[in-house]
Design a protein around this ligand. Structure first.
Ligand code: IPD
Length: 270
């Protein structure tokens, strides 16, 4: 696994430098939806990562947020979000990341999440532990949700969708110590992995937002599931990630509300 990790880190750092060099400068912005934007830097970052990885591993498949991807189900596929937290980046708000995962038969086996503004590199390999800048990381030890710091995010469809995360947000506001909405799900999950957050939930994330970071969470001793506690995959629409100890408490709160009606999307555009 080491050769894949090494190249994923090299690609993440290269693209991190590119992204950092464009902070504070004018960006070309296009809209994919009413509030879902993409900058020229997202596209350049994805091209750079794709070229790097496919040059090293020409037989591998690739799925990227901006360029789409190839059919799942084949042995090796890279899943990439070139800037997770594009809205933050577009506003020069320094909380965004590059997310690169390698999946084998739909299971993440390498995960790299790089925060270029703080030079923080989170990574994990299956069975090999989770690290932040080469130091092993573990989830927090908080046992009582009332003392926990939680994080969430809101899908771009929020303004049009009847079912949204707002009700859950209010429920946790009333029951946890505090909540943050930071704007990069990959980084939010890595913050659960290293104990800065005790729990994270969201509805409507895409495989490129989560594929790398869920491996970091698992390898750091955290727990992942759908809201009802059942098995989660990065192709699912709802995610609950915690330090393990507050998982059932959070699941109970999330199950108070009716299930959101989000249609299943299959991420195999070609
Ligand atoms: C977004 C971020 C955000 C989350 C959104 C995602 P993007 O990803 O991860 O935190 O709340 O649901 O779409 O579009 O910036 O790559």
């Amino acid at each position: 696994m080491d050769k894949y990790l090494k190249e994923a880190i090299a690609a993440a750092k290269k693209s991190g430098s590119l992204i950092r060099s464009r902070v504070g400068k004018t960006k070309t912005i296009n809209y994919k939806g009413a509030i879902d934007l993409v900058t020229d830097v997202d596209k350049a970052s994805e091209r750079l990562i794709k070229d790097h990885l496919l040059k090293k591993f020409p037989q591998h498949l690739f799925l990227g947020e901006e360029s789409g991807g190839q059919k799942e189900g084949c042995a090796y596929r890279w899943i990439v979000d070139p800037i997770d937290g594009t809205t933050n980046f577009a506003h020069d708000f320094p909380y965004f990341s590059v997310s690169i995962a390698l999946e084998i038969n739909c299971q993440p086996v390498v995960g790299v999440v790089y925060d270029p503004m703080h030079d923080e590199l989170f990574y994990a390999t299956k069975g090999g532990g989770a690290f932040l800048n080469e130091k092993k990381i573990r989830v927090s030890k908080i046992k009582d949700m009332k003392k926990s710091l939680l994080c969430t995010g809101f899908a771009y469809e929020i303004k049009g969708a009847r079912d949204s995360n707002v009700e859950h947000f209010v429920d946790f506001l009333m029951t946890a110590q505090a909540i943050r909405r930071m704007g990069s799900a990959a980084l939010d999950l890595c913050y659960v992995a290293c104990g800065r957050f005790d729990g994270f939930w969201e509805i409507g994330l895409k495989p490129w937002d989560t594929a790398a970071a869920i491996l970091v969470v698992t390898e750091a001793g955290g727990k992942l599931s759908k809201f009802n506690g059942s098995k989660y995959s990065h192709y699912d629409q709802e995610i609950l990630a915690t330090n393990g100890s507050i998982h059932t408490q959070m699941s109970r709160i999330l199950m108070r509300r009716p299930k959101p009606k989000i249609c299943k999307i299959i991420w195999n555009s070609t």
